[in-house]
Write a protein that binds this ligand. Structure first.
Ligand code: PEP
Ligand code: MG
Length: 322
């Protein structure tokens, strides 16, 4: 099996009936890029920039960030790199920001909420990204977007920083795609409206499941409610994909579900364009998809959407493997 996977390293990911999807990787640091290329990744679907901010005693400078982003873009040699702006809060803390303790950190002051408030932090990151953009194929993604106004505000800040840099004579790419994570149910439900304004979506199922099921993703006692295959989750995913495709946008997924062998047939059938996962899952996923027909998986997904429970969906998917 490993031999078979190795052979797929330089190959595209194509279903039996000729549908191409993109398999990308989630990374946390520039050091992870070697593993992405080694495992045949077609891009970086999620660069979690939190690690630049963690494990130090103050905010990373624009220069430190610029170097990290440039390194990743250069090493990926023109393949797409989706960089997510700072997603701190929830389970990830930054002691030096000295933020007040909250009752419900996962529902609190985090990610884009913090960035729109602490614009000094946000602008520094955006400047570093814009400067790095000329070194590869950069895509910028905002986390935890709950409303259109948040997206518009964040985009306006990005455009302001871009104009400033251009006025300073700094080169900035004109090709940067701008997207959002879909990880809050309000945004999934309103995906048709968002799709008119963003270049792409990336579905963050780790949070989307937790917020849809109201089950803390870290809490063992409610883990039985953390159900990726619950038809409600699949319907949300479908809404997002259909809304995006109607506007000609592409949709990725960067939550754990994208690399899950049970989920992949369903996601292929729902029309997902890009799957972003840990690098070591890429070759097994490519092998799996190369044996599936998208037309058949569309039928499978349609059946799953009409089911009542997660257990039934899992059974359905297992029936095709048997
Ligand atoms: C997600 O929520 O699915 C996601 C990819 O982001 P994180 O796991 O970093 O919250
Ligand atoms: Mg998330």
């Amino acid at each position: 099996q490993r031999e078979e996977w190795r052979k797929l390293r330089g190959e595209a990911t194509v279903s039996v009936d000729g549908v191409h999807v993109e398999l990308a990787a989630n990374i946390g640091t520039p050091n992870d890029v070697a593993g992405v290329l080694d495992n045949g990744g077609e891009g970086v679907g999620l660069y979690r920039t939190e690690f630049l901010y963690m494990g130090r005693d103050k905010l990373p400078s624009e220069e430190v960030q610029y170097t990290a982003y440039k390194t990743v873009l250069e090493k990926m040699e023109g393949k797409p790199v989706v960089v997510r702006t700072l997603d701190i809060g929830g389970d990830k803390e930054l002691p030096y920001l000295d933020l007040p303790k909250e009752m419900n950190p996962f529902l609190g002051f985090r990610a884009i909420r913090l960035c729109l408030d602490r614009q000094d932090i946000f602008r520094t990151q955006l400047r570093a990204l814009l400067r790095a953009s000329v070194h590869g194929n950069l895509r910028i993604m905002f986390p935890m977007i709950a409303t259109l106004n948040e997206f518009r505000e964040a985009k306006a800040v990005l455009l302001e920083e871009k104009e400033k840099l251009v006025a300073e004579g700094v080169a900035v790419s004109e090709e940067i795609q701008l997207g959002i994570m879909v990880e809050i149910p309000s945004t999934a439900v309103l995906a048709d409206q968002f799709a008119k304004e963003v270049d792409f979506f990336s579905i963050g199922t780790n949070d989307l499941i937790q917020y849809t099921m109201a089950a803390d993703r870290m809490n063992e006692r409610v883990s039985y409610l953390y159900q990726p295959y619950n038809p409600s989750i699949l319907r949300l995913v479908k809404m997002v994909i259909d809304a995006a495709h109607r506007e000609g946008r592409w949709v990725g997924m960067c939550g754990e579900m994208a690399g899950d062998a049970t989920a992949i047939p369903l996601l292929l059938g729902l029309g997902l364009d890009e799957f972003s996962m840990s690098a070591t899952s890429i070759l097994p996923a490519r092998s799996q998809i190369s044996k599936l027909s998208r037309a058949d998986m569309e039928k499978l997904a349609a059946k799953a959407l009409d089911m009542q429970t997660a257990e039934q969906v899992v059974e359905l998917v297992q029936s095709i493997e048997a």
